[in-house]
Design a binder for this molecule. Structure first.
Ligand SMILES: O=C(O)CCC(=O)C(=O)O
Ligand SMILES: [Fe+2]
Length: 349
C-alpha cells in the first residue's frame, strides 16, 4: 500500500453532489485499504495534543495510584498492562477506558452502565474536549458514508440516526517499549460499532488488514465466530505510518453487518516499538439499546436475514459480550455474571 487517502471533512454535510462524491471516495478507500485519513484542523489538533499530554501525565503516576481508578458497574477506568486479553493472550497496552459517564443511581442495573472514575479534573476536561471534537467528526463522517453507500440525500441519516444518545467511548492507550522477547502490543481484533477514529503519536506500531480478495471474514457479533486473533499469522498486514495532523478512520462490526459485508470491520493490531507509544482510539457508536438491522434486508447478506447468522444485533449486548471477553477477571464482568445482568439488556432502549 502506498500513501493512505486523506480527506478534508466539510463543516456541514447536506447531501450535495460534492458530498455524495466525497462519501463515495471514502467508501472506495475503505474497500481498498481498510482505513483512510482525515485532516485535522487547528482546533482538533490542539485537542489531540492536550489529550495525549494529559494521558502522559496520568500514566506516569505510580502503579498503585492508577489501579485505584476503577469502577465495578462500568468498564470505565484503568486497565493495567497484561489485564486485557485478545484471543486468550494478554495485551501489553496500559489503558484508561472512558464509557458514557452515568451516575450509579441512573444506571438502572443495566450492564456496563456506571460512572467514569476520572483521575483529575484536568484529565476529564482534556478528554471531554477531545470526545466532543471527534464526536462531531463522527456524525459528519456517518452522513458522508451513508451517501457514499448510495442511500441518497433521503437516506443521509440512516447511519447517524442510530447515534442519538450513542454509546460513544474511548480507549486512552500507552504501549511500553518492546523487550527482546515481547513485541505484542494488542493482538489482532476488530472493534465493535460504527466508526473507529484513531490518533497516535510519532512512534508507530499500528497495523491494519485491508480487504483481501477471497478471504472470508468472521462475523464478530455471532457467538460462534470471532475476529480476535484473526489472520494473526498471515501476511497482508500493512503499517499505519504516523502522519502529523491527521486522524485515521475505519469501520467497526456494525458497519460490516449493516452493509452485508460491502464494508468490512477492519482487523488491526499493535506491535511494540523501541520506545513507548501513546494513542487514542475513539469509537463512534449506536445507542446502547439500538436494534441494528441490515440496510438492505432483501439482499443476499452474510449474517443478515438469510437464515444463517443474526437477523438483528442488539448493540449493547454485542458491546457487553465483547468487553466480558476482553476482561474476564474484571470486577465489572464478575458482577454481570453473578447478578445475571445480561437479562436486563432487553429493557435497554
Ligand atoms: O493503538 C492504536 O493505535 C489502536 C488501539 C486499538 O486498536 C484499540 O484500542 O482498540
Ligand atoms: Fe482496536
Amino acid at each position: 500500500m502506498g500513501e493512505l487517502a486523506t480527506f478534508r471533512v466539510p463543516a456541514r454535510i447536506t447531501g450535495t453532489t460534492a458530498d455524495i462524491m466525497l462519501g463515495g471516495a471514502m467508501v472506495r478507500a475503505w474497500q481498498r485499504d481498510g482505513i483512510f485519513q482525515v485532516a485535522a484542523d487547528g482546533r482538533q489538533e490542539a485537542r489531540t495534543r492536550a489529550a495525549l499530554a494529559a494521558s502522559r501525565r496520568f500514566f506516569a503516576r505510580p502503579a498503585a495510584e492508577k489501579a485505584a481508578y476503577v469502577n465495578d458497574t462500568s468498564y470505565s477506568g484503568y486497565i493495567a498492562s497484561g489485564e486485557e486479553v485478545t484471543d486468550g493472550r494478554p495485551d501489553a497496552s496500559e489503558i484508561f477506558t472512558i464509557t458514557p459517564d452515568i451516575p450509579v443511581a441512573a444506571a438502572a442495573g443495566l450492564p456496563c452502565h456506571g460512572p467514569v472514575p476520572w483521575p483529575s479534573p484536568g484529565y476529564r476536561a482534556a478528554m471531554e474536549a477531545y470526545l466532543t471534537g471527534v464526536g462531531g467528526l463522527g456524525e459528519r463522517l456517518l452522513r458522508l458514508v451513508a451517501l457514499g453507500l448510495g442511500l441518497g440525500p433521503a437516506g443521509i441519516d440512516r447511519l447517524a440516526g442510530l447515534t442519538r444518545g450513542g454509546w460513544h467511548h474511548m480507549r486512552v492507550l500507552r504501549f511500553p517499549a518492546a523487550e527482546r522477547t515481547a513485541e505484542r502490543g494488542i493482538g489482532a481484533h476488530t472493534d465493535y460499532g460504527l466508526l473507529v477514529i484513531a490518533a497516535q503519536d510519532e512512534v508507530g506500531g499500528l497495523f491494519v488488514r485491508p480487504p483481501v480478495p477471497g478471504e472470508e471474514r468472521p462475523r464478530n457479533w455471532l457467538p460462534g465466530e470471532s475476529t480476535a486473533g484473526f489472520a494473526e499469522d498471515r501476511p497482508d498486514w500493512t503499517p499505519v505510518r504516523p502522519v502529523a495532523r491527521v486522524l485515521t478512520v475505519f469501520p467497526g462490526d456494525i458497519l460490516q453487518f449493516m452493509t452485508g459485508g460491502a464494508l468490512l470491520s477492519t482487523p488491526h493490531r499493535v506491535r511494540l516499538a523501541d520506545r513507548e507509544r501513546y494513542a487514542l482510539a475513539y469509537f463512534h457508536e449506536p445507542r446502547f439499546g439500538a436494534r441494528i438491522r441490515p440496510l438492505d434486508p432483501t439482499g443476499a447478506q452474510r449474517g443478515g436475514d438469510g437464515g444463517e447468522g443474526a437477523a438483528a444485533i442488539h448493540y449493547g449486548e454485542h458491546f457487553t459480550r465483547m468487553f466480558m471477553r476482553c476482561y474476564p477477571q474484571r470486577a465489572t464482568t464478575r458482577r454481570i455474571e453473578s447478578q445475571g445482568l445480561l437479562r436486563h439488556l432487553a429493557a435497554a432502549r
